[in-house]
Design a protein around this ligand. Structure first.
Ligand code: NDP
Length: 283
C-alpha cells in the first residue's frame, strides 16, 4: 500500500506552528500582521475561497481587511485601492482574488501590488527572485507541495522530477522549487511528445493539467511519488484530481488524495507568506 500524503494533517500542523509564532510575536508587540483581501464581483467560488482565507487568518491571529467591490469596478478604481493599500503601513499583505472580471487587466493588477506585500507570490519580481534563487514570496500551491514532500520524509535531491503543466501559478514555480531542492527537473505540457515515456521516468511526478483523471498507471513508474494538483467535481458531484487515484495508488510509493492532499496546503502557505510579510515589515 502506498503512503497517503495527508495534506489536511500537514496543513493543520503548519497553521498551528504559525499561530504559536504569531502569538509570541504579538505578546512582545513586535509585529502587526494584516492581510487585505480584495474581491471584485460576486463569483460564488471566489467568495468561498475568500471566506476560507479570512477564517484561516482569524485562527492564526492575523488581522484581515476585506474589500468587496462590485463587478463594474473600473481598472482605475482597483488600481487606486491597491496604491492606497501599498502605502498603508498597517497592511502587510495584499491579495487580489482571481479571476477578475474580463474588463480588468489581471497582469497590470498583479504588477501594481508592492512586491513586499505580494503574499500570493504572483508579482514578476517575486517570480524573478525565485528564478535566480533570491528571497521573495513563492506561489502558495507549489510551496505547499514542497512542504508535503519534506514533511513526509520524501527526498528530492538527485531524483528525477517531472512536472506536467507549465502555468505561471503552479507548473513553472513548481519546477523552479524542485530545482532549488536539487531535483533533476523536466517540465511537460500539451505539446510534449511521448508524454507517457516522459512521466514514466519520474521518481516524483507532479500533475497540474486541469484534466480529470488523465493520469492513469500507464504514465507512472512503479514506486513513484505522485502529487495531484488538479481539482474537479465529477458527474456524481464528488471531487477528483488530474490523477486516476484508484488506478495509480496501488503501484506508487506515495500519493496525495483529492480532496485532502494539495488543496489544504495552499491556504497554509498563504498564511506562512502573510507571517513572513509581517515579520519583514517591522524591520
Ligand atoms: P492551467 O490550465 O493554467 O495549465 C494547465 C497546464 O497543463 C498547461 O501548461 C497545459 O499545457 C498543460 N496541459 C493541458 N492538457 C495537457 C495534456 N493533455 N498533456 C500535457 N499537458 C497538458 O492550469 P493550472 O496550472 O492553473 O491548474 C491545474 C490544475 O490544478 C487545475 O485542475 C486547477 O483547478 C488545479 N489547481 C489546484 C490548486 C489547489 O490549491 N489544489 C491551485 C491551483 C490550481 P500548455 O501550456 O501547453 O497549454
Amino acid at each position: 500500500m502506498p503512503q497517503i500524503i495527508d495534506g489536511k494533517k500537514i496543513s493543520a500542523m503548519i497553521k498551528d506552528e504559525l499561530k504559536t509564532q504569531v502569538t509570541a510575536l504579538k505578546s512582545k508587540q513586535e509585529v502587526s500582521i494584516c492581510l487585505a483581501v480584495i474581491q471584485v464581483g460576486n463569483d460564488p467560488a471566489s467568495a468561498v475561497y475568500v471566506g476560507n482565507k479570512k477564517k484561516a487568518c482569524a485562527y492564526i491571529g492575523i488581522d484581515s481587511l476585506s474589500y468587496e467591490l462590485p463587478e463594474e469596478t473600473s481598472q482605475a478604481q482597483l488600481m487606486d485601492l491597491i496604491g492606497e493599500l501599498n502605502h498603508k503601513a498597517e497592511v502587510t499583505g495584499i491579495l487580489v482574488q482571481l479571476p477578475l472580471p474580463e474588463h480588468i487587466d489581471e497582469d497590470a493588477v498583479i504588477r501594481a501590488i508592492d512586491p513586499a506585500k505580494d503574499v500570493d507570490g504572483f508579482h514578476p519580481q517575486s517570480v524573478g527572485a525565485l528564478c535566480i534563487g533570491q528571497p521573495g514570496f513563492v506561489s502558495c500551491t507549489p510551496a505547499g507541495i514542497i512542504q508535503l514532500l519534506k514533511r513526509s520524509g520524501i527526498e528530492i535531491a538527485g531524483r528525477e522530477c517531472v512536472v506536467v503543466g507549465r502555468s505561471n501559478i503552479v507548473g513553472k514555480p513548481m519546477a523552479l522549487l524542485l530545482l532549488r531542492e536539487n531535483g533533476t527537473v523536466t517540465v511537460a505540457h500539451s505539446r510534449t511528445e511521448n508524454l507517457k515515456e516522459v512521466t514514466g521516468r519520474a521518481d516524483i511526478l507532479v500533475v497540474a493539467v486541469g484534466r480529470p483523471k488523465m493520469i492513469t498507471r500507464e504514465y507512472v513508474k512503479e514506486g513513484a511519488v505522485v502529487i495531484d494538483v488538479g481539482i474537479h467535481r465529477n458527474e456524481d458531484g464528488r471531487l477528483c484530481g488530474d490523477v486516476d487515484y484508484e488506478d495509480v495508488a496501488p503501484i506508487c510509493s506515495a500519493i496525495t488524495p483529492v480532496p485532502g492532499g494539495v488543496g489544504p496546503m495552499t491556504i497554509a502557505m498563504l498564511m506562512h507568506n502573510c507571517v513572513e510579510a509581517g515579520k519583514a515589515g517591522r524591520r
